[in-house]
Design a protein around this ligand. Structure first.
Ligand SMILES: O=C([O-])CC(=O)C(=O)O
Ligand SMILES: [Mg+2]
Length: 388
């Protein structure tokens, strides 16, 4: 069997929102289709992938380097031992040919997006949901079909006031979420605290708020926020400082005893390892948010999970950034602590298969082959438009 074609397209996921660092008015992503010569139900098996919000479409890198390297490789060198399915690890190695180590930037997004499509194809060819395949190959054998999800929102946008912010958070709670997230660092500390108070006024017992500074703060500001946020029982204080400033992160633990989270902008196992080695993160309470769709895909994420284990971290401390079904499958298959979700943003790419509802903060994975994109009709329409 072999890959016959790989298509990619850049699509908009723009919206008038901003966090403390960027606005999303020109945000795009890459959608990829990996078309194989394997026939199921009279049609070729196609795997799909896309990258998460926050980085832009990666068509140029894919067209110039990563797609040609896959298509120019001997097809026999890209299949598993049975010869009946693709081997994602071999395809990853083909993509990484003649790439020097370090400096993990945009290429990790390009490779991660293609890698997602490869895993989707592999699970479809195996006739399994990806979470089942992952549990059998790399996990305990039995997936955990119930996955914790939280609602990310609370962005800054023109015309927002406290009433609208409360309505937004209430609507997430009404849809079954128990943890909601808001942005901080895009207003003054005083205004951010008033916004937090507003949201907390609509939350009930058992419901929690997380806050996300998107890497905006210098050390002094991060500490000022840490001291002020300590008065609340927040779910987490996220990405206070620059993603690569491990000393800042390590210093913060002296000022903030409650959970912190970071890692969405670390794009390799090596960078994740530096966070774990030097960032002072606490395996008993903190959260790691590495997002495979931005960081060389699941092949690399498996290396990251191995690294975490060697350093005494449980996979259950990982709640990836990105709100996509790929991480949802990894969470169910490999025992992560949950996944992000953006109930009203970045559609049709985020979210769950049609009919999957959040119940007391959890979703239950349905039985769909592959990652499950075919179960989300608006998303599947976009995907079919690329592959047909
Ligand atoms: O606003 C963003 O860039 C997304 C983000 O940080 C998150 O979902 O945690
Ligand atoms: Mg974040």
């Amino acid at each position: 069997m072999k890959i016959v074609e790989i298509r990619e397209i850049t699509l908009p996921i723009s919206s008038p929102i901003r966090n403390a660092y960027i606005d999303f008015s020109k945000m795009t992503l890459s959608l990829v289709a990996v078309i194989t010569d394997v026939i199921r139900d009279g049609r070729p098996v196609v795997g799909y992938g896309f990258n998460s919000n926050g980085r832009y479409g990666q068509g140029k890198l894919m067209r110039e380097r990563f797609i040609p390297r896959i298509l120019e490789a001997d097809p026999a060198s890209l299949v598993d031992a049975t010869g009946d399915n693709l081997d994602p690890h071999k395809i990853w190695a083909a993509m990484f040919t003649n790439e020097k180590p370090g400096g993990h930037g945009e290429r990790s997004v390009a490779i991660g997006t293609i890698d997602m499509a490869v895993w989707d194809a592999v699970a479809k060819i195996a006739g399994q949901p990806l979470f089942q395949l992952l549990a059998e190959r790399y996990g305990t054998g039995t997936p955990n079909r119930q996955v914790f999800v939280y609602a990310a929102g609370g962005y800054y946008y023109p015309g927002q006031d406290h009433g609208k912010l409360k309505d937004e958070m209430r609507s997430y709670i009404d849809r079954g979420y128990t943890v909601v997230k808001k942005k901080i660092g895009g207003a003054s500390l005083d205004e951010d605290l008033r916004r937090i108070d507003s949201i907390l006024s609509v939350l009930q017992d058992g419901q929690k708020l997380a806050v996300d500074a998107n890497g905006r703060f210098d050390l002094d500001t991060a500490v000022r926020y840490a001291k002020a946020l300590s008065q609340y029982d927040l779910f987490w204080y996220e990405e206070a400082g620059d993603p690569l400033d491990f000393e800042l992160q390590a210093t913060l633990r002296s000022y903030y005893k409650n959970p912190m989270a970071t890692g969405e902008n670390l794009f390799s196992m090596q960078d994740a390892r530096n966070l774990v080695r030097y960032g002072g993160m606490r395996p008993d309470r903190d959260w790691l948010q590495f997002d495979c769709a931005l960081s060389y895909g699941l092949v690399e994420y498996l290396r990251t999970l191995d690294m975490l284990k060697e350093h005494g971290w449980s996979a259950s401390r990982c709640i990836p950034h990105g709100g996509h079904q790929m991480s949802l499958n990894i969470a169910a298959g490999l025992g992560l602590g949950g996944n992000e979700s953006y109930p009203d943003l970045f559609q049709p790419f985020g979210g769950f298969p049609d009919g999957v509802k959040v119940d007391q903060g959890f979703v239950t994975m349905p039985d769909l082959p592959g990652i499950g994109f075919e179960g989300k009709s608006d998303l599947h329409r976009q995907m079919k438009a690329l592959s047909d």
